[in-house]
Design a protein around this ligand. Structure first.
Ligand code: 3H9
Length: 695
């Protein structure tokens, strides 16, 4: 008897139940258990039909991802499903929760599919750098046609039971007690002598060749750099051209290729890392959480408004505070405009817009914040101003309220000290645009209590963000690393590269844009004003003037002024090389007496990325990031580091830390620059032949 799959008979129906918490993943024991239970069911003369279902919270949610990368163990899932399909009894899948990947593929090996109205099904393998490898790419097109199958398999999004019923995937949607419904349905089918319906025996229309090439083109931009979506298309195409057995063989080849690819290894790393970041070492799972039923936000600017939208969308009421009514009105109007734009795109109904807006109230008085459970301050980035705000918050908010700052550069500990309750103070660093970007850097101060940390980490998930807990330092994890990379990008240009060359190398690596296009998006004026401030306040340590300052002085501030490092045509965000910039760079090189040289693409990539890895290692040593995977997630969700590269630290592991370290040492020998001083942690790991993942 298997521990994870059971067989029992009820009312003349044999029930095969998978019980492998938390998500009934189809690991080796489950696969073997399914075959054993099937044999029992087939041998059970009292069973007129068989039902496959999951215990606990869900139908199997897919293959066991942790087994990928290990030596495969028989029976393989495709063979298990083929056996189910070939069995001599009527087979019904009864689905609740999420039948994903291999789970959905099991349902496709059954004759009939019954689902609870709350259930969802889908083939999300593409998100793991894979394709459905247990017959899904061959059976789904046979069931619903190539075009709809492409959407499901390449899109990878789970679909609701009702939608699946309309598509012809699910035969019946029920509510209430799934087991009882499944038994009743199976009995009915048996009574009616319902026919066996092997999906593999259905025929699929041969599509014209252009369907697949058109599909490839339609995803070319969005899926740039990814391997899996294009392999998915090839597998579906095979379903339209080959018989089932040959198609399944082709599916297997393509699946194996992906499984062994560095991309899938990286994407699987990200899957687990994304879940791991929510678990904070040293903070007990059962740490009490504070109830967050109402949130206050200080500042109704772009940032404050964006932050507010996260809570409103999650159904949490927000009170927004500003100094002037005019600013409040503007802020509210902007939120409405953003929601209405989403509704126009069909991603929200107008009732949903109104529901969100009805949760928003405004005030000009701090005293009105006496009943909120959490306040997030999003005012001007200035310590004096922030301290005043926190002084006021300390005065008016109730005991136990969490006081959060959205600062991106200032010392959270110093801000906390301006209150009498530093244990309730934490940083919540949203990334712009705050209603869109998934990353939330939660910044733990020296005094922040475990309860506050646990509450804010949970809350991040509730508002649809990936929360990463970091420590205090200038720029925290994300921007601190970014500054090092930007400095390299500028040096590379000073030495002879063109901004467009630097950008192209990083774009081709898979980032959404290069460092200079990113600077143009953020605005060159921002950095320039900070540098000017330093030149005034601390001339001895002020940064040298460079060609970026010269551009900013000409009011070339980036996209918003139609030109920065690059030129932009009206209404077009495509960066184009600028003659003005080229002239300023030339002027700067001449002033500095720089002999330019040809800079190779390899050097650009190594200098821009290795400097990030070195800084990441320093951040780890200082404890500002808890684990390498926290840094990976910050860069993936905050800056668009390509998922298929796994994040900077995973990427460095894949190169080999000995190689990375040797190059960093070489750059240090050549430049003597502090940024290239190898982090002792990196040095040690390289010497020991280890990876960041071994920490
Ligand atoms: C596949 O099926 C390939 C086949 O086509 C071909 C094979 C030949 N395996 O997300 P949660 C863990 S590929 C192992 O926090 P939720 C997860 O790590 C697979 N572990 O819960 C976590 O562990 P821990 C295709 C898995 O309620 C715990 O379960 N399927 C798997 O927010 C709870 O997960 C997918 O890609 C797994 N398959 O969301 C589905 N799934 O507690 C992937 C979960 O130690 N899974 N875990 O941190 C999901 O999308 C979500 O987990 C799910 C639940 C929606 C199911």
């Amino acid at each position: 008897m298997s521990d994870v799959v059971s067989y029992q008979r009820e009312d003349e129906i044999g029930l095969i139940v998978v019980d492998n918490p938390p998500v009934n993943a189809l690991g080796h024991a489950v696969r073997q258990g399914l075959l054993d239970a099937l044999d029992q069911g087939l041998a059970d003369d009292g069973a007129r039909a068989l039902v496959v279902m999951g215990a606990g919270r869900t139908f199997p949610a897919g293959a066991d991802i942790r087994e990928f990368g290990q030596t495969p163990k028989e029976p393989a899932l495709p063979d298990v499903i083929n056996r189910l399909e070939d069995s001599g009894k009527l087979l019904i899948a009864a689905v609740h929760g999420t039948a994903l990947g291999g789970g959905m593929e099991i349902t496709l090996g059954c004759d009939y599919r019954l689902a609870l109205d709350s259930a969802r099904m889908g083939l999300p393998e593409v998100n793991l750098g894979l394709l459905p490898g247990a017959g899904g790419t061959q059976r789904l097109p046979r069931l619903i046609g190539a075009q709809a199958a492409l959407d499901a398999i390449v899109g990878g999004k789970p679909m609701k039971a009702g939608q699946l019923e309309k598509m012809g995937v699910v035969d019946k949607v029920v509510s209430g007690d799934l087991k009882a419904e499944a038994i009743a349905y199976a009995r009915q089918l048996a009574d009616d002598n319902a026919p066996r319906r092997k999906v593999s025996e259905l025929t699929v229309d041969k599509e014209s060749n252009t369907v697949f090439s058109d599909y490839e083109q339609s995803i070319a931009r969005k899926k740039r750099g990814f391997l899996a979506p294009f392999h998915c298309i090839k597998a579906v195409q095979a379903a339209t051209e080959l018989d089932f057995a040959a198609g399944q063989k082709r599916e297997r080849e393509l699946f194996t290729e992906l499984l062994n690819s560095p991309q899938s290894a990286a994407q699987r790393h990200v899957f687990f890392a994304e879940r791991e970041v929510g678990k904070v070492p040293g903070i007990a799972k059962d740490t009490p959480r504070r109830e967050i039923a109402q949130v206050g936000i200080i500042g109704a600017g772009t940032m404050g408004g964006g932050i507010a939208m996260n809570f409103l969308s999650a159904g949490i009421p927000v009170k927004m505070l500003e100094m002037k009514q005019e600013a409040l009105d503007k802020g509210v109007a902007l939120i409405r405009k953003n929601y209405e734009a989403t509704a126009k795109k069909g991603r929200m109904t107008s009732e949903q817009v109104e529901r969100c807006m009805s949760l928003l109230t405004t005030t000009l008085s701090y005293d009105d914040l006496s009943d909120v459970d959490l306040v997030i301050e999003a005012v001007f980035e200035n310590m004096k101003v922030k301290k005043e705000v926190f002084g006021e918050l300390d005065r008016v908010t109730k005991p136990g309220a969490i006081l959060a700052t959205n600062t991106s550069t200032l010392d959270v500990n110093e801000i906390a000290q301006s209150t009498r309750r530093p244990e309730d103070v934490i940083g919540m660093h949203f990334f712009s645009p705050a209603n869109v970007m998934k990353l939330l850097e939660n910044v733990r101060g020296e005094a922040t209590s475990d309860e506050v940390i646990a509450t804010v980490m949970d809350l991040s998930k509730r508002i649809g963000k990936v929360g990463v807990l970091v420590g205090v330092c200038y720029g925290f994890v994300g921007n601190r690393i970014l500054h090092k990379r930007q400095a390299q990008a500028i040096s590379l240009v000073n030495e002879g590269a063109a901004p467009a060359q630097v950008d192209k190398v990083l774009y081709d690596f898979g980032l959404p844009m290069g460092p200079f296009a990113m600077a143009d998006l953020a605005g060159l004026d921002v950095g320039w004003r900070i540098r000017e401030g330093l030149r005034e306040s601390d001339p001895a340590n002020a940064p040298e003037r460079n060609w970026l300052d010269a551009l900013a002085e000409q009011e070339r501030w980036g996209q918003k002024t139609g030109g920065g490092v690059f030129d932009y045509a009206e209404g077009d965000r495509t960066p184009r090389p600028s003659e003005v910039t080229a002239a300023e760079i030339e002027k700067y090189r001449a002033e500095q007496g720089i002999d330019t040289r040809e800079v190779s693409d390899t050097e650009i990539l190594e200098r821009c990325l290795y400097v990030m890895v070195n800084e990441g290692a320093k951040i780890l040593e200082e404890g500002v990031a808890m684990r390498p995977l926290d840094i990976d997630i910050v860069w993936i969700y905050g800056y668009g580091f390509p998922v298929y590269q796994g994040g900077p630290m995973f990427w460095a592991d894949s190169i080999g830390l000995d190689k990375v370290h040797a190059k960093i040492q070489q750059f240090h020998d050549e430049t003597g620059h502090d940024d290239w001083k190898p982090a002792p942690l990196l040095e040690r790991l390289a010497k020991e032949g280890k990876r960041f993942a071994d920490l």
